[in-house]
Write a protein that binds this ligand. Sequence first.
Ligand SMILES: [Zn+2]
Length: 412
Amino acid sequence: MILAQKQLECHADVVTISSGGTPGQRREPQPVWLPSPADRSLDVALEVLIHGPLSRTEIARRLDLSQASLTRLSVPLLEAGLLVEVEQRNDGRVGRPSRPLDVMAASRYFIGVKLTGERAQAAITDLRANLVASAERALRGHEPDDVADVVAALVLELAAGVPAVTALGVGLGGLVDDHDLVVRAPFLGWTSVPLGRMLQDRTGLPTVVDNDLVALTEAEHWFGAGRGLERFAVLTIGAAVGYGLVMHDRIVLSEDSGVGLVGHWPLHDRGPLCPEGHKGCAQALLAIPSIEQRVSSALGRSMDYDKCLDAAAAGDRAARRVIDEAGRGLGRLVAAVGNLTMPQRIALGGEGVRLARVAAAAVDEGIRRDRDPNANPLDLQLLDGDAAQWCRGAAVLAIQTYLLREPAQRRG
Ligand SMILES: [Zn+2]
């Protein structure tokens, strides 16, 4: 079932990529602008994807190429339909007119899947990560083969709506090795599941799998709130609390990307306990199940997350107390990220992001409490928090990895 058809206009200014390493080893991020000398066409494609449209002179200057080399590199990209000459912009200069190059956004389609414990959500995007359509399916259980069957069916259903799909990206909460192996995904009860290969076998599509926060951070960095920024952070609130960081234009990855380290950051000395026994850590104070549980127990009836926020917004004092306490904690977490990693912007997302609107004053109070009054104000930007954002993140993983790949033949 197609749930949404929309177009989002997005461009990007920044280049990073994570690429595969030796199987079994945690990969290190690799800069994509330093490929083998034979593959400088990738440089050209990426430069135009992220900064285009660009004149040939500008591309040559940015990549330190001669005009002759640029012509040699760009002809196959033009012939493959990946790049296109667009109408000249009138810059008022006299001389031989030249037509700038841009990517043909609709020349390639990618599918991004966000996998939770309950469902698989998927979106199809073009080359610039503009959303084309989305769909979702409930999981029947957590057996890896069953989950892979559901995801593959969803992917093939979406793929049928476009001429061809180049690659598939999957994001999930957990630790993923080598863009393929799910080392640990607690909400699915998985250890060591080669999900990338299982999906590639079922769909015929080249597939990359990674932690969902890594995927979202990459997507916001290339095409969203972090566009053009050297230092950028993402915080998410949802079933868990997540954090992603870009430094010097590159995402920061480690062996623990996917463990959820920020979840246990202390925020409140007298707050609730998390399963690990921390009092008032981010997970205990901000995660959706924890907020639902505390508001429900304060009001003596079962409340879902939106109802908790609605009650606080409507002035219910018990709900307000829990929500404001969480808001102050969120403000302190934002201040900690600002103080320790000095980002130019912090994007706040995840399906629980509405907390930052309902408890805006408490968030400000929390930030002020932990921030030096002489420091610059933090640039905090709220993301939509809808599922499509996670799917788009997963699609960007596929774009980064398989940009130059010809669209694959469908299977199934
Ligand atoms: Zn904790």
